[in-house]
Design a protein around this ligand. Structure first.
Ligand SMILES: [Zn+2]
Length: 399
């Protein structure tokens, strides 16, 4: 290619990556056995149709069909007028990121830059141990978390969202464990990018996830509520669409080791935040959040990103007089000053400050200037509240 054209191409690529970075910059808990309020799933929840075609990654999943969708969920075309919450330019960039090699190149650049900037990870991590189980958060990229979950009696382990394979492999070697399973919450490269390399190094390792999400190197597609055992550990997959069409969260059963359930939430739920609505409506996301909240107050939340300070600061603009929020903000501020991780929180405490889980609260309605319409179903109203909180979060720029 002539030098001039090559330079122009480089500039175009840099501009595309810059726009993608902006788009993806903001991809962030309710009582145990408190199902009655949280488990209401609105019928006819909708998702946006999207292609599963991915040039990078040796296997491609089948086009999503109605057969594998959770009950009550239907697809609607991506560009159906008035349905897609993203702006047209956002839709275009998102398509580039998820459907073309540009997305993979962007991910590789992210990994390279993060390794240079944070040679020891973006945060100081510490393991969480229960009798027979060790959960090790691994800080990767600039704000992601992968997790290594170890059955300490057998030395068998599972990795959740291993986006930087070098960092996850280092943890596997340090712990001296056998990687048996990768649980992938969704297809985005910052959650799935390490699958291929880890599978090459661990030939018996299976990659679990939803077939609806075209996850690279997926070997074992899971359906909603399906369970997988790794040594003595049992994980259950829950379909939680909204951020992507095939987003899944994984719940580690705490009973065998006398601990609480552990929710690996990917980009469904963060400390004081929730994921962006890239491929679903507010109704879909609300149903997914309600499902997660049904796990119970003592459930530990292990999110896919370290967004706590930004999300709590945003929440504090919505709720000026919330002591639980103030207290958590102070604690998180202190943690982040020392670059310490802020997970896990519990779903019970999340419900006291996370605005995306407080769509039923009158004080939030008042701040947003929203009122339930006459005859409007409570869940339809809560979806409207969620949509408005999400819209404001998307516009919010962290100081
Ligand atoms: Zn994502």
């Amino acid at each position: 290619m002539p030098r001039g054209r090559r330079g122009a191409a480089r500039i175009a690529m840099a501009a595309a990556l810059g726009a993608l970075r902006g788009l993806l910059a903001a991809a962030g808990p309710a009582p145990r056995n408190a199902r009655p309020r949280w488990c209401l799933s609105p019928p006819g929840t909708r998702l946006f149709r999207q292609s599963c075609r991915r040039p990078a990654g040796p296997r491609s999943s089948p086009e999503p069909g109605r057969g594998g969708l959770p009950e009550g969920v239907e697809y609607i075309p991506t560009r159906k007028k008035g349905k897609n919450p993203m702006k047209p330019v956002g839709v275009a960039w998102y398509s580039l990121y998820t459907r073309t090699r540009l997305g993979y190149l962007f991910y590789q650049r992210q990994v390279r830059k993060a390794r240079e900037r944070y040679p020891h990870g973006h945060s100081v991590s510490q393991p969480c141990c229960f009798p027979g189980v060790k959960i090790l958060p691994i800080p990767v990229l600039s704000n992601n978390y992968s997790y290594l979950v170890i059955d300490t009696s057998s030395g068998r382990a599972a990795a959740i969202d291993p986006s930087d394979p070098l960092a996850v492999q280092a943890a596997i070697e340090k712990e001296g464990v056998t990687l048996e399973a990768i649980f992938c919450t969704h297809k985005h490269w910052d959650h799935s990018g390490g699958n291929a390399e880890l599978c090459q190094q661990h030939s018996s390792c299976k990659v679990y996830g939803s077939a609806l999400d075209s996850i690279p190197d997926l070997t074992s597609p899971l359906t909603d509520r399906e369970k997988v055992s790794v040594g003595c550990l049992t994980f259950q997959a829950l379909a939680t669409p909204g951020h992507t069409v095939g987003h899944m969260v994984y719940v580690l059963d705490g009973e065998p080791f006398g601990g609480p359930p552990c929710l690996f939430s990917g980009d469904l739920l963060f400390l004081s935040g929730c994921g962006r609505l890239f491929e679903g409506s507010a109704e879909t996301m609300l149903a997914s959040l309600d499902l997660a909240m049904g796990l119970g107050e003592d459930t530990l939340l292990w999110p896919g990103h370290e967004y706590a300070l930004e999300c709590l600061t945003f929440a504090s603009f919505l709720e000026l007089d919330n002591p639980a929020l103030d207290q958590k903000w102070q604690w998180v501020m202190q943690q982040r000053q020392e670059k310490r991780i802020t997970c896990p929180s519990t779903l019970g405490e999340e419900q006291t400050y996370n605005p995306f889980l407080r769509t039923h609260r009158p004080e939030l309605h008042a701040v947003l200037g929203l009122q339930q319409g006459a005859g409007e179903h409570p869940d339809a109203f809560r979806a409207r509240v969620l949509k408005e909180v999400r819209r404001r979060k998307d516009l919010y720029k962290a100081p």
